[in-house]
Design a protein around this ligand. Sequence first.
Ligand code: IMP
Ligand code: MG
Length: 213
Amino acid sequence: MEPSAEVRSTSVAAGSPSVVGVLTLAPHVNAYEHDIEQTLITQQDIQAKLAELGERITDDYRGRDLLLVGVLKGQFVIMADLTQYIRLPLEFDFMAVSSYGAATQTSGVVRILKDLDHDIEGRNVLIVEDIVDSGLTLSYLLKNLRTRRPASLEVCALMQKLDVQQVPLDIKYKAFEIPPVFVVGYGLDYGERFRNLPFVGTLKPDVYRDAVT
Ligand code: IMP
Ligand code: MG
């Protein structure tokens, strides 16, 4: 299989992305074996990078109260794993927004389906996102949450797609930069499937074709 995409992992120490490489699907993964074209980021690479980010977050927030805000649903897997690497007392809250339906292109329209349970005024808020594509969802969220006057507001994202961002965004904690391809796994879905893959991968063209016929 020809590698069609390249992933850059954000080097926490140096601050510059480095090439991680492209791997094919591990033979033991059988739940979606007919649907996955290629593994883009392995389970091991994800865990190693989350451990680094967790260390950094631990250092940065030591002595401050920390509220993690997850944007449902995609981030639930990263949230569960990341927070085990943050060695601080912290609290969680969740929001649900709609950006995509079953399609693979952002609509540009962001709707809050579920708001936070708690007031964030004066809190140190860290938004945890799965992936930043156009950036429209995150940009809307940042604007919205800023009006609630948190003490600080930062973003942690597992992935950012390169060259597709429509709005400038400052993502302080970013694990991977990926090409602008549609990916699934590790919380990310296509039509609500594939979230339980332990790695990030791309889908075979048939999967999309089957979905529209
Ligand atoms: P944005 O508003 O275009 O940045 O899109 C952000 C949201 O769209 C993410 O939180 C995901 O829920 C979804 N999304 C964007 N790209 C992908 C992808 O490649 N696979 C699955 N979901 C995606
Ligand atoms: Mg999402």
